[in-house]
Design a protein around this ligand. Structure first.
Ligand SMILES: N[C@@H](CCC(=O)N[C@@H](CS)C(=O)NCC(=O)O)C(=O)O
Length: 236
């Protein structure tokens, strides 16, 4: 099946009963969260990429919010990245992404709930062109995650990656984009040693390798997005 994005007016790609489908956009960090879980758990699925500037009616019928990711299987539709990922973790229990222990799970829940502070600060730093106010805020919200990694080990999940690793990852894969715009606020081995070491480990995971783009491609996509004409099919 083609990875090219489907735009308004395109026919609904028929879905065989029992096949799991993700509606995605190749450069979307939220959709990447769910793609990472699909890959990590080795869940068979198919991908339909959507033109988010010209959304097909059949896409909006499935998610009235008009956002990717969306999962569809037979008559079931699920959207919102964190909900999609929890749904997958429950339906496909191999490679569980939460600790069994209720307290540890609750601690993960806190870091998952508050991770939007990092994404908000990330986008503000980018859109401000690297202002000190935004940079200091970014560094201050990252500290919690730096400390958590120090307590936990190689990954947020300890010896193996967890939901938190996959939820956080897409913005760290795009660190090179931020570095270009805000070099003063780059994550390095000296300012955030645990995060910097974790990034290296994450880049080696098969799920990351299967879903990632290099910095050059991310930069190209961001530039097209900023210019008001996102190139969803860049590189295809
Ligand atoms: N809260 C949503 C956010 C998803 C999101 O913002 N996706 C973007 C692409 S990266 C989107 O679909 N944008 C389409 C639009 O805003 O119209 C989630 O976690 O799934």
């Amino acid at each position: 099946m083609s990875l090219k994005s489907h735009a308004k007016g395109s026919p609904y790609p028929s879905l065989s009963p029992g096949t799991l489908r993700i509606y995605s956009m190749r450069f979307c960090p939220f959709a990447q969260r769910t793609r990472l879980v699909l890959e990590h758990k080795k869940i068979p699925h198919e991908t339909i990429n959507v033109d988010l500037k010209k959304k097909p009616d059949w896409f909006l019928e499935r998610n009235p919010l008009g956002l990717v990711p969306v999962l569809e299987k037979t008559d079931q539709v699920v959207y919102e990245s964190l909900v999609c990922d929890d749904y997958l973790d429950q339906v496909y229990p191999d490679f569980p992404l939460y600790p069994q222990d209720a307290y540890k799970k609750a601690r993960d829940g806190i870091l998952l709930e508050t991770f939007s502070q990092v994404t908000t600060a990330w986008y503000k730093l980018l859109s401000s062109g690297g202002s000190d106010e935004a940079g200091e805020k970014f560094f201050s919200v990252l500290k919690t995650y730096e400390t958590a990694l120090g307590d936990r080990g190689e990954f947020f999940g300890g010896a193996t990656p967890s939901m938190l690793d996959f939820t956080a990852w897409p913005w760290f894969e795009r660190s090179g984009v931020l570095e270009k715009v805000a070099p003063k606020y780059a994550i390095t081995e000296s300012n955030f040693p645990n995060i910097a070491a974790w990034q290296k480990r994450m880049f080696e995971l098969p799920a990351v390798k299967a879903t990632m783009f290099d910095t050059e491609s991310h930069l190209r996509f961001f530039a097209s997005y900023k210019a008001g004409a996102p190139d969803y099919d860049y590189g295809l």
